[in-house]
Design a protein around this ligand. Structure first.
Ligand code: VGL
Ligand code: ZN
Length: 210
């Protein structure tokens, strides 16, 4: 049952910059808003994440002279996609979509706030070892099963799902409540990886019927 007290809905990065018209628009990103709001009604507990970068963040192509968005580079912790400037702290692009239901969420977890390191995952930054604190928070709250939705399936949702499994939670991704960026086959790769570690793929309709 999706309303069970040991379950929490994680709503990943439903922010203006990931919606049409935004700096790093995910195709049809805004289409998840209504689905996520309805999904949220079925959960007793909800947590939001917010991509939250300082100006000049090293994941921005603009911080690397001569480099263009969507190229990759090597940073001390490994390969990093270079993005357009997005979700800069305090800007409109970093705000949640205006129609997203935010008041019922119990925590807003901000990530990617260190200039030198990106954080796709809500649990670990892109070095895969610096924790955000979310795993400990969710464990201490007694949650055992996490449902993930939001943007983007192949980056922040996918990395968060993998790390949530690694942290010992049961994890399901609500497929129709997510949208993907899909660069160079990243969406198929993300699902392959998620399924290989036991992340369940569910739909909001199936949850509503359960
Ligand atoms: C994201 C790329 C860069 C995401 C965030 O929310 O999926 N993707 N920053
Ligand atoms: Zn980002």
């Amino acid at each position: 049952m999706a309303s069970h007290t040991s379950e929490c809905l994680l709503i990943i990065d439903v922010q203006n910059d990931f919606c049409p018209g935004g700096a790093l628009a995910v195709p049809d990103g805004d289409q998840v808003v209504g689905i996520v709001n309805r999904l949220g009604e079925r959960f007793a507990h909800r947590v939001l994440t917010q991509d939250w970068h300082p100006a000049g963040h090293l994941s921005f192509a603009s911080s690397h002279p001569g480099r263009a968005p969507m190229e990759t580079t090597t940073l001390p912790y490994g390969e990093q996609v270079l993005w357009p400037d997005h979700c800069v702290q305090g800007t409109r692009g970093a705000e949640f979509h205006s129609e997203l239901e935010v008041n019922g969420s119990e925590l807003i977890l901000r990530k990617g706030f260190r200039r030198e390191i990106d954080s796709y995952s809500a649990f670990f930054e892109n070095d895969r070892s610096t924790p955000t604190g979310l795993g400990a928070y969710l464990r201490e709250r007694g949650f055992e099963r996490l449902y993930l939705c939001g943007l983007a399936t192949d980056f922040c949702v996918g990395y968060s799902a993998l790390d949530a499994r690694r942290a010992g939670f049961a994890v399901a991704v609500v497929d129709d409540a997510c949208r993907a960026i899909d660069v160079n086959g990243s969406l198929a790769a993300a699902w392959r990886e998620m399924e290989s570690v036991g992340v369940e793929r569910v739909t909001s309709e199936a949850l509503a019927r359960a």
